[in-house]
Design a protein around this ligand. Structure first.
Ligand code: NDP
Length: 284
């Protein structure tokens, strides 16, 4: 595999694509609305195309990391993309979408003999920059092995979780926890400030105690600074918890349901801010 086409050059996709260039892949990109990511990648050696048709036609592996199910459907099931992929190609689908949409895409691709790997990621923009993401894959081991070198350029850990859709499912569970932990971390920081406990003490003491979480340790600085620059947009977290709640169907998940409602309440005002803005009011 030499030629990689990359669709979705956002907060995650852009740094991931840069790591592919660094690892020597021939990277093919096309601008969507924002031209800046393509300009940056071009200056680092990427090949720009003016259409998806052109991009897809010049790729062996196609990677997509788009915002939601909606874009997955409109891009991956479009004629422009589908008619220009064949048995030679592998789609690596990295969006945090729903298991159902992943299975829909796979069913259509399978009919055409196009191989697919479901491969959402965790690790945030820092992990994307450093090439230390965790990939939660779904699909066939042989297909995963074929694209593994490409994934290795972006990730530290790659887990094959199950069949197509299993990657999206475990990602939704991770996001349910991450959303709940974010809300809890905001409350903990607010209480620590009220009780005049130094931030460094919180890091050290709670960091070595049973209340510690990845979220608290990674977000305490930006929370105390009231820095809500994304990062990971609040609207995307709302979408992820919605997927988890949808998957739960008639099962009652009180924490997840409450977290979802809290993120929904904030989407208008803070949707484009980092998801830590969920604690904006209590930290005001
Ligand atoms: P962003 O909103 O930063 O980026 C989305 C990208 O998709 C933009 O470059 C946008 O281009 C592009 N895009 C949107 N629609 C289309 C389209 N129709 N055709 C081609 N490109 C399109 O999102 P993130 O990078 O933050 O997130 C992407 C996915 O990764 C989401 O599912 C998210 O939940 C997940 N994720 C995010 C993490 C994070 O920390 N940010 C961590 C782990 C997973 P344009 O701006 O030009 O419209």
């Amino acid at each position: 595999i030499k030629r990689v086409g990359f669709i979705g050059l956002g907060a995650m996709g852009l740094p991931m694509a840069k790591n592919l260039l660094k690892s020597g892949y021939e990277l093919h990109v096309a601008a969507h609305r924002n031209k800046q990511p393509v300009e940056q990648l071009k200056s680092e050696g990427a090949i720009e195309h003016t259409s998806l048709v052109e991009l897809v036609s010049n790729s062996d592996v196609l990677i997509s990391i788009l915002p939601t199910d909606k874009e997955m459907e409109s891009v991956l099931l479009s004629d422009d993309v589908l008619s220009n992929l064949s048995k030679e190609n592998v789609l690596v689908e990295m969006t945090s979408g729903s298991p159902e949409m992943m299975k829909n895409v796979h069913a259509v691709y399978q009919k055409k003999g196009i191989r697919v790997i479901d491969a959402p990621v965790s690790g945030g923009t820092a992990g994307a920059q450093q090439g230390t993401l965790t990939i939660m894959a779904g699909g066939e081991e042989a297909v995963l092995d074929e694209v593994r070198p490409v994934l290795d350029a972006m990730a530290k850990q790659i887990y094959l979780v199950g069949a197509i859709g299993a990657g999206k499912a475990i990602k939704a569970i991770n996001q349910m926890l991450a959303g709940i932990h974010m809300i809890a971390s905001g409350e903990a920081v607010a209480l620590a400030e009220k009780l005049e406990i130094d931030k460094e003490m919180v890091k050290q003491v709670i960091g070595n105690s049973s209340g510690a979480s990845w979220m608290l340790m990674n977000k305490i600085d930006s929370l105390t600074e009231r820095n809500y620059e994304p990062g990971f947009k609040l609207n995307l977290m709302k979408k992820d918890i919605q997927i988890a709640v949808n998957e739960a169907k008639d099962m009652n998940l009180p924490f997840a349901s409450n977290a979802l409602q809290m993120f929904k309440d904030k989407e208008g005002e803070s949707g484009e801010l980092d998801f830590s803005a969920i604690s904006k009011d209590i930290l005001s």
